[in-house]
Write a protein that binds this ligand. Structure first.
Ligand SMILES: Cc1ncc(COP(=O)(O)O)c(C=O)c1O
Length: 1017
């Protein structure tokens, strides 16, 4: 049996649930309490090793040279048991001491609807992967459809993608879209009045890309964009592609969005509005689809949606809202945008359903020509934002907004008579105000420890005076506001009866219609999302074999820790003295990852693997620029088998493929040798001919065929010999963590996807998270903040010496750092190694059992040891046999993937990195019995392909919808529906659970029978 831990009543009390009751599937397995979350027992491990002819887990790694392995144990502490873990995280969260605050400023704070924690506990939704298999993902797709429909209702925009990282990256993506739409123009204009953090992100992203950002200045008197100067800039610079401005600017003031939109139209530039979705509620601000004197609206919208459904969480996960028009007048612009869209679809029976559409713009298909490198997005935040918007309905949102406005007005009415306190500007505001006071703001803020009265923005945008920004939501009670007023009255005096001036809110700023989101009861919304959860499958229950995605068990305790109020209520702008718990956690995880990777520097700001890659490549550029080589180092080498994000990232960073003086610049693709490893001979040749131009290389290790790159160190030495840098895509760290030292391998930068190896849930496509570790050469360039431990034991945020800027408006997906940290604390020094060992053991055991059933890719490399994953294919004879039954060769692999759904499983990764391959990664989370049952399924699939290949035409057979007609979906694009009522969700013909309970041979019979029925109908 596995090592199931005990838990005390005190722990159960703290948790609010009993982890002993979390048994999964028919086998009564409790993965939650299994030591290191490894369900396999010692007997399982022993017998798998025996079948492989090995004596120890160490032998699984004997083909990797000792000179790249850690010679000592990694410097993590000992793993904690469940009781210790819960106590540890509880204590840490209590080291945060969160005062009532009025910070906001780009991360507003509102009350969170009760539906949110409920949906956060639906495991079918939290733990599922991106809905690439629509027949088994209608649950996630429906939740994202609700999200995009609700944002459509609020904004009037017909196409809302299913999220980007957060507002500032969204803004950058929109600016790039503007450039693509304008074709030859390379400049963009951005309001100087955006949040300084957003400015930092777009400037960091734009560096070395050729995109030039011009700034529309603020009029120092009004606090608004200076219209006349902006007009002048737009009329004299004919190469400006897009102009971005906030509906509410960083001073809380309402811009004249109609005039700014008109200006864009007159000058033929795309207009990008930065919006706040809550402010667009009924009786709120004008919707962006109606800006402009002809009410035709702006071209694109971007915004932040975190506060729709989450507390501040020290800045993340955020929710990047992006929208573009999709109507009779405008159907093509969407093709230039970034991100995943969910659209209307039909299945082969013409049944209405949903699917992801327009994916031919994305990195997994277009690689370096993709519109963006973003892969994992913030999907689950979109899911809960959608649920919250439904549960609020128009009415609920209007109430929230009404309270926020009322709090603002009440506060001002009671303090503006005070001498030394005045509104800094006379322009209209909604629920954020900037006051000019007659003393240093810092002193005033520090005069009171119980309430943080606002944010010191003195000096922002070069404005004069002592400026204090105060933001209001619906979190504050009347009593809170009275306390705030008293703080002012204690510091300033004035005539209570004096008249006070508060600017009007003219109608031209307001929306004229209701968004149209009906109100549903909490019970109705809960039932709908419960059913959505049932339509997905989860790694809780069975192997979820998506290779490269590491679909392992996601501990409940991680979610509990991330939900502790001490962590969730922390606003990133709070002084360090209030957030010592979060800073200690960030410091510890930063140091732990230095140990895990063996590298001396760590970036915690990136929110996904692809963004980690970008962080790395941007640091490469800074390193070369520092040496004066920014222009000459113009090539990144990438193996053919790389994930699409690698070439997409290189291009996004500025390595756009092309020819200069007859030479390839941007990206040079490397081939693989017969064993699937980098072709050293080709590399040596390139070093000889083009060495001086090589900025770096990006290599996935172990690679996507599950093979450890045995020549990695030699590759790194060759790259270093020409002063290039080495990026290791660490998506597959689950195979080597704690065992291989990246420093010894010669790595200069590597991202760890926290949503793969480090157990944060995939959320139906995101949010992911990443930690990027870097070598000595790059530590000075680290973006974002680092946490330093001071001699008195306290923690402080600092920036690296030559910090390259920011990739997130705050400090990244901090709530996910809590999850990953909780996992690391449970595993400790030995657990991390065990995790990798069992992940490799499980994959190698499966590989060994299946290598005589299926040909393995690369062909002829069966003796090359596989690590955590492997790729199966079919023989030429089998392809021919299936083709004869009526399925064209280019469709066979995708359809074989659908057969997995018939067994109650998710499909493996299909057609990547090999078009005729299925990539399988079991992870360390499953027992030998589960691995054996999975083998039985694969054998059954092989048999059914031999005996009845025609069943592929009708697969999958038992899912709630049948094979989706993706061609129809892409021809009949529609991205939203009216949210007047909730629709009936489809039901499984046979549930995944039932299918898994059946013997594989029985399922084969069911498949054949169903196929006959369909054909006869
Ligand atoms: C090998 C590899 N690299 C990079 C990525 C991108 O990571 P993310 O989705 O976190 O951006 C993935 C994601 O599937 C991957 O498998």
């Amino acid at each position: 049996m596995s090592h199931t831990q005990d838990v005390s009543n005190a722990t159960i009390d703290k948790l609010g649930f009993d982890p002993r009751s979390l048994k999964v599937n028919s086998q009564d397995i409790n993965r939650e309490l299994a030591k290191n979350y490894i369900s396999a027992s010692d007997n399982d491990i022993e017998s798998m090793l025996k079948e492989l002819g090995l004596n120890s887990l160490d032998e699984l790694f004997s083909h990797i040279k000792d000179d790249v392995k850690f010679s000592e144990k990694i410097a993590l502490e000992k793993g904690l048991n469940y009781d210790e873990l819960v106590a540890n995280l509880d204590t840490l969260s209590k080291k945060n001491n969160i005062p009532t605050n009025y910070l906001g400023d780009g991360l507003p704070q509102y009350k969170i609807h009760d539906i949110v924690p409920y949906v956060c506990n639906i495991r079918g939704l939290t733990t599922a992967y991106t809905p690439y298999q629509p027949e088994r993902s209608q649950g996630t797709l429906n939740t994202l459809w609700i999200y995009s429909s609700a944002i459509t209702a609020l904004t009037g925009f017909e196409a809302i993608n299913s999220s980007l990282y957060e507002r500032s990256t969204c803004l950058f993506e929109a600016l790039k879209t503007g450039v693509r739409l304008a074709r030859k123009k390379t400049k963009v204009l951005v309001s100087e009045a955006i949040y300084p953090q957003d400015r930092s992100v777009i400037e960091t992203n734009a560096a070395h890309t050729g995109l030039e950002i011009l700034w529309a200045p603020i009029n120092k008197e009004s606090g608004l964009i200076d219209f006349e100067i902006t007009k002048e800039i737009l009329t004299t610079n004919k190469d400006i592609a897009a102009f971005a401005f906030g509906q509410v600017n960083s001073l809380g003031l309402l811009e004249d969005v109609d005039a700014l939109t008109d200006l864009c139209q007159e000058n033929d530039v795309s207009s990008i509005a930065i919006i706040d979705p809550i402010l667009l509620a009924n009786k709120g601000l004008k919707k962006p689809s109606e800006y402009g004197s002809d009410k035709s609206g702006v071209t694109m919208i971007v915004g932040e949606g975190q506060h729709l459904c989450l507390d501040a969480n020290y800045g993340g996960p955020g929710l990047g809202i992006f929208g573009i028009r999709f109507n009779e007048k405008n159907k093509n612009q969407i093709r230039q945008t970034a991100g995943r869209y969910v659209g209307n679809a039909v299945d082969m029976n013409n049944k209405q359903c949903l699917a992801m559409v327009l994916s031919t713009r994305e990195q997994h298909i277009r690689r370096e020509k993709a519109t963006s490198n973003i892969c994992s997005n913030q999907s689950f935040v979109a899911t809960i934002a959608g649920a919250a918007l439904l549960a609020h309905g128009d009415q609920g949102l209007e109430t929230k907004l009404g309270i926020s406005r009322q709090n603002t007005q009440y506060f001002l009415a009671n303090i503006l008579h005070l001498d030394g306190v005045e509104l800094a500007f006379n322009a209209p505001y909604f629920n954020e105000v900037v006051l000019k006071i007659n003393k240093p703001v810092k002193d005033f803020i520090n005069s009171n420890d119980d309430i943080v009265i606002g944010k010191d923005i003195t000096g922002r945008h070069g404005l004069e005076g002592n400026l204090l920004k105060i933001s209001f939501g619906d979190l504050h009670s009347q009593e809170d506001i009275d306390k705030l007023i008293n703080v002012f009255k204690n510091n300033f005096t004035g005539d209570e009866n004096a008249d006070v001036f508060m600017p009007d809110l003219p109608e031209k700023f307001l929306r004229t219609d209701a968004p149209g989101i009906a109100q549903f009861t909490l019970e109705e919304v809960k039932a709908f999302y419960d059913k959505c959860g049932e339509l997905n499958v989860s790694p809780d229950d069975a192997i979820y074999p998506l290779g490269s995605c590491t679909m392992k068990y996601n501990p409940y305790v991680n979610d509990w820790a991330a939900g502790l109020k001490g962590f969730t209520m922390a606003h990133p702008d709070l002084d360090d003295k209030y957030t010592q718990g979060t800073l200690e956690l960030l410091y510890n995880i930063q140091e732990d990852f230095k140990s895990i990777t063996g590298l001396p520097g760590v970036v915690t700001q990136a929110v996904a693997g692809a963004q980690g890659e970008l962080v790395g490549i941007k640091m490469f550029q800074a390193y070369h620029a520092d040496k004066g080589n920014a222009q000459t180092k113009n090539v990144i080498l990438i193996p053919k088998s790389a994930h699409g994000t690698n070439p997409a990232t290189a291009a996004v960073a500025g390595f756009v493929p092309g020819k200069v003086d007859g030479k390839q610049v941007g990206i040079i693709t490397l081939d693989a040798d017969q064993r699937g490893q980098i072709d050293l001979e080709q590399l040596k040749e390139i070093i000889k001919t083009d060495g001086d131009r090589i900025a770096g290389i990006m290599v996935t290790n172990p690679n996507t065929a599950g093979v450890f790159e045995e020549n990695f160190k030699e590759v790194a030495d060759l790259i270093h010999s020409v002063d290039g840098l080495v990026y290791m895509d660490g998506a597959n760290m689950n195979a080597i963590a704690g065992i291989v030292s990246l420093e010894k391998l010669g790595v200069d930068a590597c991202h760890n996807n926290l949503h793969k190896t480090w157990t944060i849930p995939h959320g139906g496509g995101g949010p992911g998270d990443a930690i990027v570790a870097v070598s000595d050469k790059l530590v000075d360039y680290i973006p974002g903040t680092q946490v330093e431990k001071l001699s008195d034991g306290s923690f402080k945020k600092v920036r690296a010496k030559k910090c390259i800027g920011d990739f997130h408006r705050h400090d990244g997906n901090v709530a996910h750092k809590v999850r990953a940290y909780t996992y690391l604390k449970a595993l400790g020094q030995d657990g991390v190694v065990k995790m990798s060992q069992i992940a490799v053991l499980s994959a190698r055991y499966l590989f060994n059992k299946l290598k005589d059933v299926y040909p393995m890719l690369p062909l002829g490399a069966d003796n090359t040891p596989r690590m955590h994953e492997f790729i199966i294919t079919l023989s030429d004879d089998m392809f021919a046999h299936i083709e004869k039954s009526g399925t064209p060769k280019n469709q066979i692999i995708a359809k074989v993937g659908k057969l997995f759904l018939d067994f109650g499983l998710h499909a493996p990764t299909v057609a990547f990195p090999e078009v005729f391959g299925l990539m399988i990664e079991p992870t360390e989370s499953f027992t030998k019995k589960e691995l054996d049952e999975f083998c039985d399924v694969l054998i059954a699939i092989k048999n059914v392909l031999s005996d009845s290949p025609e069943v592929l035409q009708t697969a999958p057979h038992f899912t709630p919808i049948k094979k989706v007609d993706e061609v129809w979906a892409n021809k009949n694009l529609k991205f939203y529906t009216e949210l007047k009522e909730l629709w009936e969700l489809p039901s499984d013909e046979v549930s995944p659970k039932q299918l898994r309970l059946n013997d594989a041979i029985e399922v084969v019979e069911m498949i054949r029978k169903k196929h006959r029925e369909i054909k006869e109908a």
